[in-house]
Structure formats: C-alpha cells, structure tokens
Write a protein that binds this ligand. Structure first.
Ligand code: FAD
Ligand code: FES
Length: 255
C-alpha cells in the first residue's frame, strides 16, 4: 500500500524526506514533469534539492507546491536517472529553499520570460497573478519548436497572453525571447520582467530592463550543494544564490 502524503513544513534545515512519485508526464523528447506525493509551504521561484541516495543531489525549481511538482530535462547523469524512474518509485527531497519571485501589490503589467526548462517556475507564478496583475504576458523561447515547453499550459490560462519564439523559426516568432520582448517594452506596457533560463538570456534581459527602466526579477542557476548558505558553491556576484536567490531583483533605482 502506498504511503499517504505528508507535509514538509517550510524549513531551511529539513533533512531529506522520502517522497513517492505519483505521476510522470512527458513534455517533450527530453523533458518530463514529475508529480510527487508531498506538499510544501512554498511560493513561485523557490526550489528543492532532489536526492538519489548514493548518487547525487540536484536543485530543481518548484512547478507547483501542492502537490510538489518538478519538471526535469534529461541532460546528464542525474536528470537521466530521474527519467528512468516510474510512478510509485521513491526519491528524497529537502527544501523549499531560496528567495522566489516577489510581485508585491496588485496591478502590475508582467512579462514572464522562460527559456527552455526555465518555464518551470513561471506557470505557477502566472496562476498566482491571474486577477491580481493588470496583465500577464508569457514569452516562452527555445532553440527549436520541439524544445518549447508548457506553451499549451500557458495558452490554457485564460487571461495570459502567450508568445512563443524559436531560434530556428520552426514555431512562433523566429528569434530569441528578447526579440519578442523588446517591442513590448518599447510600448511602455510592461512594468516588470520575471524570468528564468540560461545565463546568456538573463544577461540580455537585464540589459533590456536597464534600457527601458523596467524592474527585473531573474532566476539565476548555479552549482548548488548545501542549499543553505554554508558551502559557497553557488556564489554569484557576491551573493549566495541558494539563500539570496535564485531570483535576484533589480528595481529601477538600482539600474
Ligand atoms: C535553482 C535551480 C533550479 C533548477 N531547476 C531546474 C528545473 O526546473 N529543471 C531542470 O531540468 N533542471 C533544473 N536545474 C538544473 C539541475 O539542477 C541540474 O543541473 C540538471 O538536471 C543537470 O544535472 P545532471 O546531473 O543531469 O547533468 P550535469 O552533469 O550537471 O550536466 C550535463 C551536461 O549538460 C549541460 N547542461 C546542463 N543543463 C543543461 C540544459 N538545460 N540544456 C543543455 N545542456 C545542459 C551541463 O553544462 C553539462 O555539460 C536547476 C538548477 C538550479 C540551480
Ligand atoms: S549551495 Fe552551498 S552556499 Fe549555496
């Protein structure tokens, strides 16, 4: 008989907890979404450490906290081992960790920008902003149409305008997320950019934010070990991303 769900309370010192995989959905040729038999007290942009005993432990953005949901793209040893898992198998989790997106106050016009598996925390953020933000535009980019993730999930959120970009032009706008976002920023109809994706994409978005005087909240990736600010593995621009980030916010006056 399956164990019943349990709650890991919001603690930065939680030891790994055993969690059963309830469901696995295939998103594209190298990405799967894992629904787990657990719930967390967390908010969009925070992450968990997933541990496979005697193998490795890696950070993953929360796609959802109740039930805990992770999206994993198979690129190396850990993510491939996760892809070999079946519903009913066990993994171990600790968290949630870090500072996520802080979109305080109603009425902002938000651009949520995701590159590759960077869309993982943004769909949840979009859902929390429905009826709160003045507008939500999701810009989802990838190299090819096959790499695009969660476009349908965003399109199904009524109230979210979804724009897809691909570098090879096989789906949506031909180009990068910045090519789609720059004209939107030029209209003056965006107040804040919330993004997650590769470093190059985030650096380009930071520049656009500066250029147009728009707040940026960018989720940066780093090699993470302890997840609680001790080891220094995730140091980035003088900050430890596991605690000060992964989402770093820059408001107009800091640009
Ligand atoms: C805060 C945070 C949140 C994260 N959230 C997610 C998430 O939601 N989903 C997710 O899949 N991963 C996420 N990651 C990345 C994840 O932690 C692992 O780094 C990733 O799963 C690869 O681990 P691995 O051991 O399988 O491969 P590794 O041995 O670490 O990597 C194998 C090779 O693939 C390269 N590589 C790594 N990522 C990619 C990529 N996306 N595309 C192409 N090449 C790549 C590496 O540079 C390396 O050369 C996140 C990382 C951080 C820090
Ligand atoms: S992972 Fe150890 S300090 Fe951030």
């Amino acid at each position: 008989m399956m164990d019943t769900a349990f709650t890991i309370h919001n603690s930065q010192f939680a030891l790994p907890q055993r969690v059963r995989i309830l469901d696995i959905q295939t998103d594209n040729y190298r990405t799967k979404t894992f629904v787990l038999d657990a719930k967390l007290d967390a908010y969009p942009g925070q992450f968990v450490m997933a541990w496979l005993p005697r193998f490795d432990e890696k950070p993953f953005s929360l796609v959802n906290a109740d039930p805990v949901t992770l999206m994993i793209t198979a690129v190396g040893p850990f993510s491939r081992l996760m892809h070999a898992k079946q519903p009913g198998d066990l993994i171990w989790l600790r968290g949630p960790f870090g500072m996520g997106y802080g979109v305080e106050g109603a009425g902002k016009r938000l651009a949520l920008v995701g590159g590759g598996y960077g869309v993982a925390p943004l769909h949840w953020l979009a859902r929390t902003q429905l009826g709160v933000a003045a507008s939500v535009t999701a810009v989802i980019g990838a190299r090819t149409g096959e790499d695009i993730l969660y476009a349908e999930r965003f399109a199904n959120l009524s109230g979210v305008e979804t724009v897809v970009t691909t570098e090879d032009g096989s789906r949506g706008i031909h180009g990068r997320v910045t090519d789609a976002l720059a004209p939107l920023l030029a209209t003056g109809k965006i107040d804040a950019i919330c993004a997650c994706g590769p470093h190059g994409m985030l650096a380009a978005l930071e520049k656009l934010g500066q250029q147009f005087g728009v707040e940026t909240q960018l989720s940066w990736e780093a090699y993470m070990r302890c997840g609680i600010g001790i080891c220094g593995a995730c140091e980035f621009e003088g900050k430890v991303l596991c605690m000060d980030g992964p989402v770093l916010k820059k408001v107009k006056s800091e640009q």
